[in-house]
Design a protein. Sequence first.
Lengths: 528, 71
Amino acid sequence: MTTEIVVFAVLFLIVSGMGFVASRWRRPDDIASLHEWGLGGRNFGTWITWFLVGGDLYTAYTFVAVPALLFGAGATGFFAVPYTVIVYPLVMLVLIRLWSVSHVHGLVTPADFVRARFGSPTLALLVAITGIVATMPYIALQLVGIEAVLKTMGVTGDLPIIIAFAILAAYTYQSGLRAPALIAFVKDSLIYVVILVAIIYIPTQLGGWESIFGAAQAKFEATPAPTDGILLNANNQLQYVTLALGSALALFLYPHSVTGVLASKNRNVIKRNMSALPAYSVLLGLIALLGYMAIAAGVKPIGTDVNTVVPQLFERMFPDWFAGVAFAAVGIGALVPAAIMSIAAANLFTRNIYREYIKRDATDAQEAAASKIASLVVKVGAVLCILLIDPQFSIDLQLIGGVIILQTLPSVALGLFTRWFHRAGLIAGWVAGMTAGMVMLYNIANPATKHAHFGGSAFSLEKLGLDTKMTIYAGFLALIVNLVVAVLGTIIARSAKVADGPDATSETDYTADEGDPRVRDLEVTSST
Amino acid sequence: MTSPRTTPRSDRSPWNWLLLVPIAIPLIPALFNSVEPRLFGIPLFYWLQLAFVLVAVATTLVVYRMGRRGR
């Protein structure tokens, strides 16, 4: 037990030290400007981008929660694999356009783009608020990952989490995006080692894969719930597919994913990463199976917290020192995305609220200062979320976050390809999609957690009067409502001759690449 | 990346349609919702969905290479 804590603490401190040193790494000319602090100078190559975006998307929470899903419900939890398989081919052509237009016009956030494309500060504000609200619970969830590890080591109380986040806050304040980029190397190396060892070693201890899946099947057959099992059934296939697709559509609408992508050096870096990032998806799929190993090993969650099953499996199966390494991997794994998310949320606040509505003539230095403070506020908010409310509640919030961020798809993702939509139609669509999503989520109960509302994302089609037991992902249905209203609203606004916003971008902006005279900010490269 | 180009760059390529393959296949449960055949004792549902990663990697690579060649 003590060996574990010592190994965990030492690794955690080494990595934190790296966070502080990061401000000197690939030293910028002027870290006082927002581009430098928030986007790392936009000169990250293929490898750094791979680590950064990978560390950003595949969070500690994912590593703890996905196996917990399989542990609890079986096959439905495996949706994370198709989700992270389809996402890259889905967004490849979208992200390169976003990169180009952002570099031509100096855009940092998705809301910046919407502002430039549709000439509507209101729509941009909606997109910015959606981004901030969706990101906050995501940061809080990273703490749930750390908490699960601490609980397993027998460390309880709020102090360790406060310390962990104070360290995180201090080094992001100091180093901006450079800190998570550098730390991601360590985090990912640790996670790859731990998972490869786990996936090879643990099955040999549990009598092979056949008996692991056998144990899982026996567990699900013994439960009264009709929705679990090691395969999908007729009623949850639609939910599985729409959840995978909806999550894939949502992933790169999150401001933190955009930040990681915009920090890359050129379009080819992004394209190459679309082929390289799926390596993490394999890892995630293998990690997911840890949930079944936990069943086979007879692990019981601590209290009602199913997120503790993976840390407990490690503790039971590994020698103390290696369990410490595994826990450090999860703990550090939480810090990377939390840092990037808070930077991204802060950028949204600074660019689309502070500069747009509070101080229009802000200088670069003032902007960076406001952003740093906003990132601190966001992190304090996330810590308070965890300390003051039930962790289960942040999981529910995160669920809502996924549904609401999807509602920015028409203006951000479709906006990158077409200027057909009218700003009034997009605003109406956002309102309709948001309302529909909230109403559906409110009406989803979860008997397992005794929640009457916001109990999950699987919406029963029966509630719409259809004669079926099938369920569908609420966010997906809300997006359809959003799109229909946006299309109708656009047609109405156009025929009523409502004034449309000016488009500050032109078609060639969307294909510009490094070396183009119009592409800005790339002179900041430090030689490597 | 030296002289300013005279013809505007375009992302259009017939190869882009290939991207639909790795998007569509993982969304058809009929293809993988089965226990048999197993691989190393792992049911089809799990190993085949993991194998789809290779399809996605291969197609994005092809689209990237072919897109570059077209310039």
